[in-house]
Design a protein around this ligand. Structure first.
Ligand SMILES: Cc1cc2nc3c(=O)[nH]c(=O)nc-3n(C[C@H](O)[C@H](O)[C@H](O)COP(=O)(O)OP(=O)(O)OC[C@H]3O[C@@H](n4cnc5c(N)ncnc54)[C@H](O)[C@@H]3O)c2cc1C
Ligand code: FES
Length: 252
């Protein structure tokens, strides 16, 4: 069940330009959190009243880890928070990835969609192939190597690993498995979903729509979904997601 806590910040370090790694003491939430769920982090500033959704990168030993990019006012406030301060958190939010009986997993993270895939990679059992894509030099690859059988890296500018996007890399290496999990920019998710269709492989995607209330009240975060009969409706990313089967999503 979701809880509001004021967690003590244990560390908050810049690990790459404008990318921060925050660890927060959160005993109960850390036990309960599933891979792919997210937290709503509050800035504590009156003018920035809405919380910011940030994925849970790791949840273990009573600690939640968040890896976030400083892009605007809210994440700027987080980036200035110091060890020993407390941060208001509502978590765990959303549904997380579905654990199935798949044995060969393909885990795809793009840009700031990489962090939640770390906890997922740790928890999945079976053969794990990880594909990480970034514009330039990426993040967390060394940590993925501890839990995955293979880690492939793609960068748009060729500064690290394969030059191109994650789907180009998957085609080049003919990556196959029985379940794909992906988080990243919507356009990447769309192309990963097309790759999954080509390979006749099930695929789960974590959607990162902009959110307002974050608790299912404002319909600010909807995505178009179709059911097995092809009937379309809208679902809320904050409450019904962020993870959906890619076959359900109407890609526009
Ligand atoms: C379920 C979920 C999980 C997320 N997990 C992470 C994560 O692990 N790490 C991380 O760095 N970010 C994550 N995000 C994105 C993060 O929530 C936004 O970057 C953050 O809210 C921006 O707040 P801000 O006040 O700093 O920026 P704002 O001032 O609100 O916006 C600054 C810029 O960021 C863009 N932006 C804001 N929100 C989003 C969004 N949701 N998606 C894309 N662009 C956005 C705005 O369009 C604008 O250009 C996640 C988003 C969702 C919905
Ligand atoms: S953000 Fe309000 S319903 Fe999802």
């Amino acid at each position: 069940m979701k809880k509001i806590i004021y967690g003590e910040i244990l560390s908050n370090d810049e690990i790459s330009t404008n990318i921060f790694d925050m660890k927060v003491k959160a005993e109960d939430i850390s036990k309960e959190a599933k891979a792919g769920q997210f937290a709503q982090l509050f800035t504590g500033k009156g003018e920035l009243i809405l919380p910011r959704p940030i994925s849970i990168c790791e949840a273990e030993n009573g600690i939640l880890r968040f890896v976030y990019m400083k892009v605007g006012k809210g994440t700027d406030v987080f980036s200035k928070m110091k060890k020993g301060e407390s941060i208001k958190i509502l978590a765990p939010c959303g549904n997380g990835f579905y654990m199935t009986d798949a044995k060969e997993h393909i885990i795809v993270g793009g840009g700031i969609g990489i962090p939640p895939m770390l906890e997922l990679t740790k928890r999945l059992k079976g053969k794990k192939t990880v594909i990480l894509g970034s514009r330039s030099k990426g993040i967390l690859a060394e940590e993925f190597k501890k839990y995955a059988d293979e880690v492939y890296i793609a960068s748009d500018d060729g500064s690290e690993g394969f030059k191109g996007n994650v789907v180009d890399l998957m085609r080049e290496k003919n990556i196959t498995g029985d379940m794909i999990y992906a988080c990243g920019p919507k356009i990447m998710l769309k192309f990963v979903s097309m790759y999954a269709d080509e390979k006749n492989t099930e695929c789960q995607v974590s959607m990162e729509e902009r959110m307002a209330c974050g608790i299912g009240a404002c319909v600010g975060c909807v995505v178009k979904i179709k059911d097995s009969k092809g009937e379309e409706s809208y679902k809320k990313v904050c409450k019904d997601g962020p993870v959906f089967y890619s076959s359900e999503v109407v890609w526009e």
